[in-house]
Design a protein. Sequence first.
Length: 95
Amino acid sequence: MQPDDKIPIRVNVADRLMPLKVARKDEEFVRLAARMINRRMEEFRQFNTGEPIDRLAWAALDFTGDLVRMMRSGQNTGEHIEQELQELESLLRDY
């Protein structure tokens, strides 16, 4: 098998199993992204919304805001990437 070959995986996002086909080389990143989304959603649980879709939307908006800030402030990109890498390392240790 080649790294670009598609493989079927299932990830849990917002308590829903999602069947996907991803490149073998991207499997780890997709799984990590799902964990990051779920963690961010958990952070929004403090707002006591009864609907997981609201927390999912807030997480998407928060991640997109992070991306926009990173794109606009080129000089801080290295610091932001370092912070994100530390968060990813923490997730991997917890996994």
